[in-house]
Design a protein around this ligand. Structure first.
Ligand SMILES: [Zn+2]
Length: 243
């Protein structure tokens, strides 16, 4: 039982009030219609971590384990499906970071319910900024997102990229995508694949376009689903080499 201190606040509340963020775990939280497990350990130089696709179990497991050691804030989607249900419509949560991107995703995934898209889009407009605030890293810091793929590879990103280092041509499904040229210079020295994407347009609602528009550092790590050790290895390399 926690000790009650003068003023009616118990010791736990007192300590948490003085040391915000340190070993402060929140349970599930709904942000912009998506349920997340939020793990917050210390300040972590303003670092943010993200798993946004519920069907990418390897990424979820890797990040959950990583946050036992890493400091910063992680948002890990709790649903098991790739797409989320929002006000009765289906949307890809990795395309809802802008109005234009959300509407493209809503149109693609709800052909029988197109009449409701304007209403859901307006609802998103009123809630999106809360999610973007939760994901935006501290000044100069970075957002690191983990994904898994089944039939997608670095080859699908080459045309949209400003620069490419294919250090592991035999493993095209494993690659980093970054938005800051300085991060690219470091990641290209790794034994792993990496692409650089710095442009804000065309606006497809993805995080890389948003990061380019708002000017924060974003790194995405794609790995084949099921390769837990391979994803852990790359997360560790990044943490050891990127400021
Ligand atoms: Zn994904």
């Amino acid at each position: 039982m926690s000790k009650v201190i003068p003023g009616g606040m118990n010791r736990r509340g007192f300590v948490a009030g003085w040391l915000p963020g340190i070993f402060h775990r929140k349970p599930e939280r709904e942000i912009c219609g998506v349920r997340f497990r939020v793990i917050e350990h210390g300040f972590g130089a303003g670092r943010r971590y993200l798993v946004i696709h519920g069907d990418e179990d390897t990424a979820r497991d890797v990040l959950t384990k990583h946050m036992q050691m890493a400091t910063g804030r992680a948002l890990i989607v709790t649903g098991k499906a790739r797409h989320v249900q929002m006000r009765g419509l289906t949307i890809d949560p990795n395309r809802m970071y802008s109005k234009a991107g959300a509407e493209i995703s809503l149109r693609a995934l709800n052909p029988a319910n197109a009449g409701r898209i304007p209403e859901v889009s307006r609802w998103l407009d009123g809630h999106r900024e809360k999610l973007l605030r939760a994901l935006t890293p501290g000044k100069g810091s970075r957002l690191f997102a983990l994904h898994n793929n089944r039939n997608y590879s670095i080859n699908d990103e080459l045309a949209a990229s400003d620069d490419v280092a294919q250090n592991q041509p035999a493993m095209p499904r494993h690659f980093f995508l970054c938005t800051d040229p300085r991060d690219f210079l470091i990641l290209k020295q790794s034994p792993y694949n990496v692409v650089l994407q710095t442009k804000a347009d065309p606006d497809d609602g993805s995080m890389s376009r948003l990061a380019a528009r708002r000017g924060f550092r974003y790194i995405n790590l794609e790995c084949a689903i099921g390769d837990f050790d391979g994803q852990v290895e790359r997360v560790r390399w990044l943490e050891a080499h990127l400021p």
